[in-house]
Design a protein around this ligand. Structure first.
Ligand code: ATP
Ligand code: MG
Length: 473
């Protein structure tokens, strides 16, 4: 039952509230402002009914004091009909609504339930916003590679600006995730983030989708429609797969980006919307320009701050961290899901090329963790398709000589593989593994840390002798 605090000096009014409302609400009473404030702090009610005219502290003063204590609690003023003007002033000072005496029973009940449910909705929206913001916080974007550190730097730098950002990278590298991180780490976070998949909207509908249309603008336009640009006012518009836009749509988008104004289809009024633009593509836009399928002027418009997300195979040190992240995420939702992965399995997955990048990995870990019969992901849990693809991957020597894999990365890959095997063959005793590899234990530990093969983040078996290395991020 919701708690309502009635602050009114007239005993008869208190009585009538008691009679009308006691079935639906828990009621508390106070006969003047000072007592009201005290009760408010003791009982933290869900709503306050506040009389304007009272002895000692009057309603306006009480209202201001209450607002100092609590900025959002719904407050409804009670007033005599001839005092409407003061009631309007009270609304300006932060009251949510007012009721005139004598009360209409139905009106009273309706105003109370409407105000309370609005307040509940607001609280819920606020809670959801906080949750969403957290989800797109930097701590949920994984990556310790140089490439990802550069991405973080840029994102932090430009998040809270209105600058247009162009996200580039293969499918599944995290473009949308970064777009959301930019939005939710900016002052725009409490306004909409709208994503438009440019590849999915038919050309004929794009204009009305983006800019909206007036009623009767075309045969099917039975009512006015507000377009995405307008809906995203004060927020962010994410133009995903921007290279897929037809040339004529590109021209239309270019115009809005230049003028920051547009008209609804069939409308005559110029509309201004304060929208931050983020665009993304997995295509090479310069190549598209050469082919004549992307406008050069639009390219310069959106390519203000480019952020490149490297494919996973070019930042392999992120692989173990991401695997651990997705395992954690899975076991967080399902306590029985496996929490760790054997060193051999990790090593194999680190060698894989991940053509579908982080998305492929997220799905694979989900699949492996779901199907695994033990608490530990093992070699047998790797699906056959992946194992086959691993065999088909070009041998490293060839890939290095043809410039596909930088030497440094190939060396790292080999080290990772050898260390995992040595550890496995020596029962995960580091001293013995180091002996096998002809290096000191210190060297081994150093390499394991550097390669993400040890420590709490990697989810590997811990060697009894191993001390915990610092968190890689
Ligand atoms: N660095 C990262 N840390 C954690 N999760 C990530 C990271 N990068 C990507 N992901 C996750 O991988 C999945 C794919 O990412 P996202 O949808 O952002 O890719 P994309 O680049 O937009 O792909 P596409 O071009 O196919 O649309 C998402 O679930 C995302 O949360
Ligand atoms: Mg995407």
């Amino acid at each position: 039952m919701k708690k309502i605090l009635v602050i009114d000096d007239e005993i008869s009014i208190q009585e009538s509230f008691r009679n009308i409302l006691k079935r639906e609400y828990a009621l508390l009473f106070a006969s003047d402002g000072a007592e009201g404030l005290q009760r408010f702090q003791e009982a933290s009610p869900d709503l306050v009914l506040l009389d304007l005219i009272m002895p000692r502290m009057d309603g306006m003063t009480t209202l201001k004091r209450l607002r100092e204590v609590d900025a959002t609690i719904p407050i409804i003023m009670l007033t005599a009909t001839q005092m409407i003007k003061t009631a309007v002033e009270a609304m300006k000072a932060g009251a949510d609504d007012y009721l005139t005496k004598p009360f209409d029973l139905e009106e009273l009940k309706w105003v109370l339930s409407k105000t309370l449910s609005n307040h509940d909705l607001e609280k819920e929206v606020q809670a959801l916003r906080t949750e969403v913001s957290k989800r797109y916080g930097f701590e949920n974007i994984i990556g310790s590679s140089q490439a990802m550190q550069e991405v973080f730097e840029k994102v932090k730098h430009v998040a809270d600006t209105k600058t247009t950002v162009l996200l580039l990278g293969e499918s599944g590298t995290g473009k949308e995730l970064i777009a959301k991180a930019l939005h939710y780490n900016s002052g725009r976070r409490n306004h909409p983030f709208l994503a438009i998949n440019c590849a999915a909207i038919p050309e004929t509908l794009l204009e009305s989708e983006l800019f909206g249309h007036e009623r009767g603008a075309f045969t099917d336009a039975q009512s006015r429609r507000i377009g995405q640009f307008e809906q995203a006012h004060r927020g962010t518009l994410f133009l995903d797969e921007v290279a897929e836009l037809s040339l004529s749509c590109q021209a239309k988008i270019l115009r809005v980006l230049e003028e920051r104004k547009f008209m609804r289809v069939g409308g005559s009024e110029m509309i201004e919307a304060d929208v931050r633009i983020i665009a993304a593509t997995n295509k090479d836009l310069e190549e598209e320009i050469r082919k004549g399928s992307f406008r050069e002027d639009l390219y310069y418009r959106i390519n203000v701050i480019p952020i490149l997300l490297q494919p996973l195979r070019n930042r392999r040190e992120d692989i173990p961290l991401l695997i651990k992240h997705f395992l954690d995420k899975k076991s967080h939702g399902e306590p029985l899901a496996p929490k760790s992965i054997t060193a051999e399995t990790m090593e194999v997955l680190c060698r894989y090329d991940w053509p579908g990048n982080v998305r492929e990995m997220e799905n694979l870990i989900e699949q492996m963790a779901t199907l695994s019969s033990s608490g530990l992901l093992d070699l047998e849990d790797i699906p056959l398709t992946i194992r086959r693809k691993l065999h088909q991957q070009p041998p490293p020597n060839q890939a290095i000589l043809s410039g596909k894999i930088p030497l440094e990365q190939a060396v790292e890959q080999l080290e990772r593989q050898m260390i995992s095997e040595a550890l496995q063959q020596s029962g995960h005793v580091q001293t013995r593994a180091a002996q096998r590899l002809g290096i000191s234990r210190r060297q081994l530990k150093y390499k394991m840390d550097a390669l993400g093969l040890s420590g709490p983040k990697s989810g590997l078996h811990e060697d009894k002798e191993a001390s915990r290395p610092p968190n890689p991020r």
